[in-house]
Design a protein around this ligand. Structure first.
Ligand code: BGP
Length: 469
């Protein structure tokens, strides 16, 4: 639909930016913090840094939040490291960790920045992983214990909680991200059991939040992307339906309606990965209701039919690139789209399509909690001329305006990332931030911060409430 006039962003639109604890904080073993699965990784892709120092935000947070204040952010999305709060995942509380996030939240509030807290972003406590991780239902209780601490400690200051970051990517691409990759002959049986347990944990956490923090709102934060059929062949359309049911709706349907969609369920039956559902689980899932939907969007995917009978598939492929499931769908390149330097397709119009699809299906307000461009930024004369990133953001923000005019309720935009940090599996050189952090893959240099051109651009966008993109 071509609109003759686009609607404005809402007056109280949350102009935000995002990070996650393990990718930005560093201080991996300081002040009582325990090890997470990310700290415990024994092998990293060749040539990429580990997460021990990252952007050293733990020691630079005051300076970093001052930068975000200067940029004019209305909100800042960060995650809380579970092992800073409970070092072994379900035992004693680490007071210094609890204090750190009080200081971080207070720093945000002092600049009128609304903290948006992700409760769990890929960094399961390693001690829990050793006991079976999400295969073990006691991890559900451990997550609840951790959630209760967060709600009691921060609930009076935090209006927006996000439960679990990209649970769908943890299941489909766990080996690449460094979460669980499953084991045994049928890794999918194990991974979809973990998935079910995580969904139950999420539902319980949403209920608890509503009980303990009447003034806070909570929602899930998967990675959602519309899926195109490669052609008008009906078989390709079916493949696209398959993939969208498995990749997108499985997660959001469970969070919002508490039900497995029928296509995803028949897929689980087909690959012998139906999870064991305990008595009471479905009721818990049905009763828990999110207040909004948060989702991360990088790009759409395009698929064609695949009728291969063999099912060979692991979870080590890149989260935006590896799209294949024998007999179900097969990813193809979309010839209509450009790509980033890292091969991710760029699809702003697909962003509008995704926003419309999510809103039509769930009818809940939406906040976009990640979207951004990873690039090999170069520091020159104390800045980075990242016009390519500005272009990317302009186009995506334009499509949010189109979606808002279409009637989609979007209340915030939190691009990835606020400052440079370590990518999930492509190191420090894949940069996303508005602020450059002076370090290389293995040379920590001085970790000094430099404002990129996109910093000044986003500041102006926020000042003008997105009126002159
Ligand atoms: C999402 C994750 C983030 C982030 C981003 C970019 O999947 O939620 O943690 O890192 O993607 O991905 P990458 O770091 O692999 O470039």
């Amino acid at each position: 639909m071509r609109h003759s006039k686009l609607k404005d962003f809402p007056k109280d639109f949350l102009w935000s930016a995002s990070t996650s604890a393990y990718q930005v904080e560093g201080a991996w073993n300081e002040d009582g913090k325990g090890m997470s699965v990310q700290d415990a990784k024994t092998s990293l892709p060749e040539g990429t840094s580990d997460f021990k120092v990252a952007s050293d935000h733990y020691h630079h947070f005051e300076e970093d939040i001052a930068f975000l204040g200067e940029m004019g952010l209305k909100a800042y999305r960060f995650s809380i490291s579970w092992t800073r709060i409970i070092p072994d995942g379900d035992g004693k509380i680490n007071t210094k960790g609890v204090q750190f996030y009080h200081k971080l939240i207070d720093a945000c509030l002092s600049y009128n920045i609304e903290p948006i807290v992700t409760m769990y972003h890929f960094d399961l406590p390693f001690e829990l992983e050793k006991k079976g991780g999400w295969n073990n239902r006691t991890t559900i209780d451990a997550f609840l214990k951790f959630s209760k601490i967060l709600f009691e400690q921060y609930g009076s200051k935090v209006k927006y909680f996000l439960t679990i970051n990209e649970q769908n990517m943890m299941i489909l691409h766990g080996a690449a991200i460094g979460t669980s990759k499953g084991s045994g002959i049928n890794i999918w049986k194990e991974l979809y059991q973990q998935n079910h347990n995580m969904l139950v944990a999420q539902a319980k956490a949403m209920e608890l939040c509503h009980k303990l923090c009447p003034n806070s709102k909570i929602g899930p934060a998967p990675n959602i992307a519309s899926i195109y059929p490669a052609s008008s062949k009906p078989e390709d359309y079916l493949a696209a339906q398959n993939f969208t049911a498995i990749r997108n709706w499985l997660y959001l349907d469970m969070a919002v309606f508490g039900r497995y969609n029928s296509t995803a369920w028949s897929y689980l039956e087909e690959i012998d990965a139906v999870p064991k559902i305990e008595e009471g689980d479905m009721e818990i899932l049905r009763n828990a209701k999110p207040d909004f939907i948060a989702f991360n969007y990088y790009n759409t995917a395009t698929v064609k039919a695949n009728n291969d009978a063999k099912k060979v598939q692991d979870s080590s492929g890149d989260q935006q690139l590896a799209v294949f499931e024998a007999g179900v769908f097969e990813g193809v390149q979309n010839p209509n789209l450009e790509k980033t330097e890292f091969g991710w397709e760029i699809d702003p119009v697909g962003f509008r399509i995704t926003l419309r699809e999510v809103y039509d299906r769930y009818n809940l307000p939406i906040i976009v909690t990640e979207n951004g461009l990873g690039a090999f930024d170069k520091l020159e004369d104390g800045t980075v001329h990242d016009d390519y990133r500005i272009e990317y953001y302009k186009k995506h923000l334009h499509e949010i305006k189109e979606a808002i005019t279409d009637g989609v309720k979007v209340f915030g935009y939190s691009p990835w990332s606020a400052i440079d940090l370590v990518s999930t599996h492509q190191g420090v050189t894949k940069r996303y931030g508005f602020i450059y952090v002076n370090r290389d893959e293995f040379d920590l240099k001085d970790l000094k911060r430099y404002k990129k051109d996109s910093f000044y651009w986003y500041k102006k966008v926020i000042e003008e409430n997105g009126n002159n993109l």
